[in-house]
Ligand binder design. Sequence first.
Ligand code: SAH
Length: 525
Amino acid sequence: MENSNHFGKVYLIGAGPGDPGLLTVRGKSILEKADVVVYDRLVSPGVLSLCNPKAKMVDVGKMPTHHKVKQSEINKLLVKFAVEMPGATVARLKGGDPFVFGRGGEEALELVDAGVEFEVVPGVTSAIAVPAYAGIPVSHRGIATSFHIITGHEKAEAGDSLSLDFENLAKSQGTLIFLMGIANMDFIARRLIECGKDPKTPLAFIEKGTTPNQRTVMATLETAGETIVRENVTAPAITIMGGVVELGKTLAWKKNLPLSGKRLVVTRAAKQSSGITARLTALGAEVIETPMIETRNVLPYCHAELPSCIANSYEYDTAELADLADFEDLKDFDILAFTSTNGVESFFEQLFTAEYDVRELAGKKIASVGKITEKKLLEYGIRCDYVPKDHTGEGLGLLLREVVDDESRILLLQGNLADDTLLKLLPKATRWIVYETLPIAELPDWKREAIASADAVVFASSSAVENFAQISSLSSFVSRLSFCIGRMTEASAKKHGFETVTSDETTMDSLVKKIVEYYTMGENA
Ligand code: SAH
């Protein structure tokens, strides 16, 4: 999608009502390559997490209590990004649909004025999707032949009353859907009754629709105001009125799941976390994936005999202290041993970048620590000669000791944090470091905010706890509750002042079971 214009291009994108699954395919593909994302308060963390991790993230919709960026400033900001960043993709991400009470039209007009190219990516509007998630069709044969989407927010120029045409709204047989109307609903309902609408008209408030915190509260026109107070209905919520609301009693399809309404932070590395994320999400939780570490492919360097307190500390750049390896030296080895998929990927990436190819491995025996690494090697057309039964470093070391003779020259291809198990079992082996694991230095604002209000954090290793504790901005994480895998992880979490709930076994299955138990049993339910 080349942009011939000398400016960047702005995309007005609808993020949908909350459930990231309701973002359009077009919207997602633009967000994945966006250079800047200017987003509103209503955009859910699940959608923000789909954005290009390198994008500049600009929050223009602070919480209602904070200063909110004025619309005129947002318009100027979009123009500024487009003008200052030729060729850039500027995503303007809004809740629901950008042209449904989203002020997308105003932004587009400003872009036209400034000569900035733009595209509108419609979104799934909350006005229709939120009722749908509550089992309420906005139109239904024999019940409603039209539906009206109304802002409950507009104030008349003079005075404080709403500038809505209540007479006409009250006469309409169609479904009435109010956005932004909770604060004014008592007034709106009274005016509609005054203008002749049946006080018994069924009505539903749907709060945080399509998110794990969705809630439907039923009422009638005459009980609207008192119901909002009694049930403490809060924004964002839509109000839907009319006969179709009754259908929601039969058609409400969204199940209340064991982890509904829980926001959990998963601290595993992105590649590893999708399994647990999918499981927790399927159980109803909102998951904020926050890997504490990232892996970086590096040019292989020779493992230096550094004290482990230095080699395993993030404070030191071990690569700088060590010698770079030379792919030419591969010819000196008879056996290459891989201990992780990261190692495989990085080794080949660097090999190919240096303009070698797999023929450098011709005639060598290949060992892998386990089945997953073995499968990864197969992707590069390499079949393994040795894979230990127990899939551990120790198993691999013992196996190699058994099958190779003393003269064999072994090259271990590992990450910077690999322990010495293999080297101790194979003291003559050489170790190259082919990738590094580094802690995440900082988190984007939206993620910090999402974490601050999370119910709990999931830790699968002590290092994850250490890193989480070190990201100082996370001291705002209020709950302090952690779900841990393994006693070591638990001990680290305790040390840093977390409350801990630890899985019985050191598996993800066991941990997920424990989390569900915690939230569904006894006093915590
Ligand atoms: N452009 C948006 C609407 C913006 S106005 C759209 O098309 O959906 C903001 C109002 O939308 C909120 O006050 C609320 O009434 C409604 N809204 C947005 N998301 C919602 C959600 N997940 N649940 C309930 N109401 C929502």
